[in-house]
Design a binder for this molecule. Structure first.
Ligand code: 5GP
Ligand code: MG
Length: 190
């Protein structure tokens, strides 16, 4: 499918994202000063964001990945989250920064946080590039948020539509006529 056909609006340009990410790095760097930092990125949506974020730090840090899959994001479904890939890095007594693309219902990040707590980190902070407003089902808050967005389906900069378009350097909204396909699968805006 041609990119221009599925995109409604560009919400954040490459330049805007770049500027915001460097602001976020600055703040996180100050907050985590002199702490042993381990960044845990949630696959796959956070990968592009992670790459830009970590390259902004001038301090030593480790990063690793965690994989989760969620089934059914609608309010009527149980919203089961399962672990697909665990971490291999040691986080005991370390400061953990969980990085994800977007905070929507909150189910994935709540699951990730609970899972990581088992390994006894010193603290866990959450950093997301995007946060949807008014869509939370599970009570979880991000400590660092790039941009707030309304309840629309977005793609690009790591975020996919049907497993594609993650490579786009900007963030765009999906045209509404493609929402039916998402609804059929129980993802995206209700
Ligand atoms: P939550 O568990 O907070 O409902 O869902 C978070 C995950 O759902 C995100 O990490 C992302 O993979 C997916 N997600 C939620 N909203 C969107 C969206 O607008 N676009 C895309 N591509 N994925 C989304
Ligand atoms: Mg994700």
């Amino acid at each position: 499918m041609a990119i221009a056909k599925i995109i409604k609006d560009v919400l954040f340009t490459e330049e805007q994202i770049k500027r915001r990410v460097s602001e976020m790095v600055k703040r996180i760097d100050e907050d985590f000063r002199s702490k042993d930092l381990v960044v845990i990125a949630v696959l796959k949506g956070s990968v592009v964001f992670l790459a830009d974020l970590v390259r902004g730090f001038t301090r030593p840090l480790a990063f690793d990945f965690i994989g989760v899959s969620s089934y059914g994001n609608s309010t009527s479904s149980p919203g089961l989250v399962t672990l697909e890939k665990g971490i291999t890095v040691d986080v005991a007594d370390k400061s953990v920064l969980v990085v994800d693309d977007i905070l929507d219902t909150g189910r994935s990040l709540c699951f990730v946080k609970t899972h990581l707590q088992r390994f006894k980190p010193r603290e866990i902070k959450i950093c997301v590039l995007l946060e949807k407003k008014g869509t939370r089902i599970v009570d979880v808050e991000a400590d660092y948020v790039g941009f707030e967005i309304p309840n629309v389906f977005v793609l690009g900069y790591g975020l996919d539509y049907e497993d594609r378009y993650r490579h786009l350097p900007y963030i765009a909204s999906l045209r509404e006529e493609y929402y039916n396909e998402l609804r059929r699968k129980g993802i995206g805006p209700i």
